[in-house]
Design a protein. Structure first.
Length: 254
């Protein structure tokens, strides 16, 4: 049973309750209040607060401060403003900077337009830019235990890549990195029997029973090894059917 203290707060005037320590973004989301965010994914427990798009104002005892909602734990009663004049202005600047870094990302361009981000003509756009260095792709790769990609270099040269930009033998071609990327910054080529990503070509295996694609040979072997089982030759759906058929056969015999 949870022993966390229950707190009351308002978000844009809407009364809400939460447990002490709960992240403000989660409280807002649970109450149907939109706070834009790019770097956060519900697939991960560890949130890194890289994009700063989810900034809001929190007022406690008459004093206001700007916080990052996705990692701000609510620890006392407060009033939250997600679209105050200050937040609207600062969020627009954040998106304007991201639009300069990722001008080729349709998602970033659309968000910048929606939140009326200024043009910032004095800044130069990054050629071919789509990556906003949110870290979600690296986090996905780390969570699998492969570590095929990471952030490299520093300052304006910082980027996500494989070691020395060479094809990584640790990569299993699972597409986890591309699937969690919020800006479409990780290119890949998918064909019925092959997949290409991070400079490597992978063979895609199909289920021997129904023919559905199951994943790359390396991806399937890696997952099986982690689970301590033999490499499967049929998909999960067919395996469940086989188990069900076996149980039905046993039932008929009995």
């Amino acid at each position: 049973m949870s022993t966390a203290k229950t707190l009351s707060l308002t978000i844009d005037g809407t009364p809400c309750t939460c447990e002490s320590g709960e992240y403000l973004y989660d409280v807002a989301k649970r109450n149907g209040i939109l706070i834009p965010v790019l770097c956060r994914s519900d697939a991960f427990e560890d949130h890194r607060a890289c994009c700063r798009v989810c900034i809001v104002e929190v007022e406690i005892k008459g004093r206001r401060k700007v916080v990052t909602a996705c990692v701000y734990p609510v620890e006392q009663e407060c009033a939250v403003y997600t679209n105050s004049e200050k937040i609207v202005e600062e969020r627009a600047i954040v998106l304007a900077l991201l639009a300069k870094r990722a001008p080729e990302s349709a998602e970033i361009v659309a968000m910048a337009r929606y939140y009326k981000a200024p043009e910032l003509d004095r800044l130069v756009e990054l050629d071919g830019g789509r990556c906003i260095l949110c870290g979600r792709c690296v986090q996905a790769c780390e969570s699998l235990g492969t570590g095929a990609i990471s952030t490299i270099n520093r300052g304006t040269e910082k980027e996500v890549s494989t070691p020395y930009h060479n094809p990584s033998l640790a990569c299993v071609g699972c597409l986890s990195c591309a699937n969690v990327c919020p800006t479409g910054a990780i290119p890949f080529i998918q064909a019925p029997s092959t997949r290409s990503i991070w400079g490597r070509d992978f063979e895609v295996l199909s289920c021997e029973r129904c023919g559905a694609p199951m994943g790359t040979r390396e991806e399937i072997a890696y997952a099986a090894k982690k689970a301590g089982m033999e490499t499967p030759v049929i998909c999960d759906a067919c395996r469940k059917h086989e188990i069900a058929d076996s149980m039905m056969g046993t039932y008929r015999l009995v």
